[in-house]
Design a protein around this ligand. Sequence first.
Ligand SMILES: *[C@@H]1O[C@H](CO)[C@@H](O)[C@H](O)[C@H]1NC(C)=O
Ligand SMILES: *[C@@H]1O[C@H](CO)[C@@H](O)[C@H](O)[C@H]1NC(C)=O
Ligand SMILES: *[C@@H]1O[C@H](CO)[C@@H](O)[C@H](O)[C@H]1NC(C)=O
Ligand SMILES: *[C@@H]1O[C@H](CO)[C@@H](O)[C@H](O)[C@H]1NC(C)=O
Ligand SMILES: *[C@@H]1O[C@H](CO)[C@@H](O)[C@H](O)[C@H]1NC(C)=O
Ligand SMILES: *[C@@H]1O[C@H](CO)[C@@H](O)[C@H](O)[C@H]1NC(C)=O
Ligand SMILES: *[C@@H]1O[C@H](CO)[C@@H](O)[C@H](O)[C@H]1NC(C)=O
Ligand SMILES: *[C@@H]1O[C@H](CO)[C@@H](O)[C@H](O)[C@H]1NC(C)=O
Length: 376
Amino acid sequence: MVSKTCTFVLVLYLLTLLKRLETKHDTHHSHPHHNHSQSSVSNNRLNQAYIALQAWKKVIYSDPTNYTSNWVGSSVCSYRGIYCGPAINDNSTTVVSGIDLNHLDLAGFLPDEIGLLSDLALFHINSNRFCGILPLTMSNLTLLYELDLSNNRFVGGFPSVVLSLPSLKYLDLRYNEFEGSVPSDLFNNNSLDAIFVNNNRFTSVIPSNLGMSTASVVVFANNKFGGCLPPSIANFANSIEELLLINTSLTGCLPVEVGYLYKLRVLDVSYNKLVGQIPYSIAGLAHLEQLNLAHNMMSGEVGDGICVLPNLANFTLSYNFFCEEQGICQNLTSRGVVFDDRRNCLPGKPLQRSNKACDAVLEHPVECEEFHCHHS
Ligand SMILES: *[C@@H]1O[C@H](CO)[C@@H](O)[C@H](O)[C@H]1NC(C)=O
Ligand SMILES: *[C@@H]1O[C@H](CO)[C@@H](O)[C@H](O)[C@H]1NC(C)=O
Ligand SMILES: *[C@@H]1O[C@H](CO)[C@@H](O)[C@H](O)[C@H]1NC(C)=O
Ligand SMILES: *[C@@H]1O[C@H](CO)[C@@H](O)[C@H](O)[C@H]1NC(C)=O
Ligand SMILES: *[C@@H]1O[C@H](CO)[C@@H](O)[C@H](O)[C@H]1NC(C)=O
Ligand SMILES: *[C@@H]1O[C@H](CO)[C@@H](O)[C@H](O)[C@H]1NC(C)=O
Ligand SMILES: *[C@@H]1O[C@H](CO)[C@@H](O)[C@H](O)[C@H]1NC(C)=O
Ligand SMILES: *[C@@H]1O[C@H](CO)[C@@H](O)[C@H](O)[C@H]1NC(C)=O
């Protein structure tokens, strides 16, 4: 774990870096040849970056906008998409601290030499066509704070090299073709704040040994996890604010422990195969704003406790088999809450399922305790 002071220094450093990044964005189109006095003084770390970037350029085989065409010569700080700043441990040495190549449709892969960019704090290459696997040399990027590889064509198992990065806070792997299981270490023994693994081909169940997580946002959506949401989800309680489990092939009942995630603002478990009742513990989530249970096979009654939650703004429970709404749940729109209860088995409500469809499901009540979760 990074100490608080250290994190603070790092954040200041990143803010400075972002400011430089913005300044460069503002100016680089109008003054393509502006003099970077910093880049004129070379040093060993910039030389290493030069080797890395030239090796990378060699394996970028499509660059439709010629963005990397100015990656020539040793002044790496004037390369498009490359951002320099003072080294975190020595402010008189200029180093490559950020890479931003978002939305360029570049095709290629990441060579081993990426490991030479050991001063990188930000690495953003979203919306390109990078493929292959992540080089293990990336474990050398010990200052890396934000890693955004989203919307590329990376393949293979979960890239465990990212779990060895001690400074990493923001990890975005969404919209790639990673497959296999998500290691439980993604949630243990690190200081990640935001984790996006949605829209990959991960298949394993959510690890039942989830440790204490520090993440405030976790998006798992659109993977084929299967299995039940494990009670160990409770270990997210001190940090999680947004939990998105849309379309992850979840089965079984929602565990009562979901209601222990007292900081939750957004809970979305729509498009799964969940059965059983809404755990009453959800009525304790005082910060909850968005609750989406749609497109499951849940049944039973919708308890008043949830409908009176003080911050509730949008409650969607359409396409389930709920058969009763208690109290104010019958008329939540009168509280100004966006509410959707279509396609359930609610007597007297419009747009419900047929009696036949309801009877077929409701005559087999679900015993959550007896449900087999296939936990590994
Ligand atoms: C950039 O500016 C510095 C000082 O402002 C000057 O010494 C240096 O020669 C300039 N470099 C180029 C390539 O113009
Ligand atoms: C990129 O460079 C190539 C070769 O110099 C040129 O033919 C092409 O038109 C350039 N494309 C763009 C978008 O500038
Ligand atoms: C650079 O670091 C030195 C020693 O840590 C410090 O005295 C100096 O104020 C710093 N300069 C800048 C511009 O941050
Ligand atoms: C790690 O970075 C250092 C520079 O800080 C470099 O000398 C070394 O070769 C790098 N290792 C790898 C595996 O890239
Ligand atoms: C925690 O992570 C560090 C750094 O990645 C590693 O060296 C250490 O072995 C891990 N500890 C446990 C208990 O997994
Ligand atoms: C659910 O995810 C699968 C891939 O795992 C995808 O093919 C499907 O379109 C998604 N369904 C919805 C409703 O988004
Ligand atoms: C309410 O939530 C549902 C499900 O997430 C979403 O489709 C809908 O757009 C939301 N409505 C508003 C007004 O936020
Ligand atoms: C719901 O509440 C509104 C406003 O309080 C009221 O006008 C409406 O008649 C109620 N609808 C039902 C079905 O009770």
